[in-house]
Design a protein. Structure first.
Length: 368
């Protein structure tokens, strides 16, 4: 609490995280054996790309070499539990690039990673998080990947190509299958649809110009989805007419949230994704986002959108299955509350304690 009080007055917190040395798993694109390597974290260029909320990430630029590969990075997430190798239990992130014009495609990742990230180019890195994941300043807190990671059964089954590997050890995989066995088999031989058709859905729009939030109908699109955040969904609501600048679509980000146990507004219960952009040089900062969303995404630029997923989340082809955001969503208590902007780190917003207490109450009222 004392640190939070100091942060409100701009003191007591370093400007940037100091580099820390951690052990990560490297999966080379050239087919050489995977191995552990010590890297230092860096904050350079982190605020302008995916992972900006972490404030520092392992510096893999010496391996990717091309500056654009660092900018075109992406992050996947893995969770291990109940493993015989107990040191391997925990949360991990997969750091990879989609700079397909600059790096060789990596076809050597284990199947369980392929299912998490799909296609990747250049070396892939697996990074372990500390159990609490965040340190006192709100920066990511990393752990070392243990040597026992190589003893995991899933590491013994190496992939032959993105999304074409179907492991028989389904119970060992920490992530869902992105395609069924049948769909994977058909796609291998060139059958079946390759892109999801556009579907009309209702989403919540939070305009950056301060006008009221409202529900509107949009079509989904697959264009440009494979080259950015949300590629695992295969199609996203087409926000390009609102963001207008192509770079804003490229610099999109997504946060998943769930509302449950809301007995007064049951139609709002479910799983949602928040779509936002961090194209800070091209779009105006959005200062009108409700506090419960700011607490999740931090700063954002341009209009912010909330889309709802169907309960099963994925259709028969492995594509995201969307539901309509209900008009009742606008009546949630948290949608009526004050608007905030983040100070620049996850969970740290410019709000006095009375408003923070109110926000906590709104979270409970909405089942968040």
């Amino acid at each position: 609490m004392f640190d939070t009080i100091l942060s409100l007055f701009g003191c007591g917190r370093p400007e940037l995280p100091s580099p820390v040395t951690i052990t990560v798993l490297r999966i080379p694109a050239d087919g050489s054996p995977s191995h552990l390597v010590s890297l230092q974290t860096t904050h350079e260029g982190v605020s302008e790309g995916v992972g900006h909320h972490l404030h520092h990430i392992p510096d893999v630029r010496p391996f990717w070499k091309v500056p654009r590969a660092w900018r075109y990075r992406d992050i996947g997430h893995l969770e291990f539990s109940d493993q015989q190798q107990r040191a391997c239990n925990g949360s991990y992130m997969v750091l990879y690039s989609f700079a397909l014009d600059d790096l060789p495609q990596n076809t050597h990742s284990p199947a369980f990673i392929l299912r998490s990230i799909g296609n990747s180019w250049g070396d892939v890195f697996v990074v372990k998080m500390m159990p609490n994941e965040w340190e006192e300043h709100g920066w990511a807190c990393y752990d070392d990947v243990p040597e026992q990671f190589f003893d995991l059964p899933v590491m013994a089954r190496m992939g032959k190509g993105p999304l074409l590997v179907q492991s028989k050890d389904d119970d060992l995989l920490p992530n869902k299958d992105s395609l069924t066995v049948r769909e994977t088999f058909l796609s291998f031989f060139g059958y079946g649809p390759f892109h999801p058709p556009a579907v009309a859905i209702k989403v919540l729009r939070i305009p950056a110009d301060g006008s009221p939030s409202h529900i509107l109908s949009l079509h989904t699109t697959h264009e440009g989805v494979a080259n950015g955040v949300g590629r695992d969904l295969y199609h996203l609501p087409d926000l390009r007419p609102f963001w207008k600048i192509p770079q804003a679509w490229e610099y999109r980000d997504i946060h998943r949230m769930e509302i449950s146990n809301n007995s007064l507004n049951q139609s709002s219960n479910g799983v949602y994704i928040v779509l936002f952009s961090f194209a800070l040089d091209d779009l105006p900062q959005n200062m009108n986002v409700p506090g419960f969303i700011v607490q999740r995404i931090g700063n954002s630029w341009g209009d912010v959108f909330v889309a709802k997923l169907m309960p099963q989340e994925w259709d028969e082809h492995g594509w995201a299955s969307y539901d309509d955001v209900s008009e009742q969503f606008l009546k949630l208590p948290s949608m009526q509350g004050p608007r905030y902007h983040a100070r620049g780190r996850r969970g740290d917003s410019d709000m006095p304690f009375s408003d923070q207490a109110e926000l906590d109450l709104l979270f409970r009222q909405n089942g968040l």
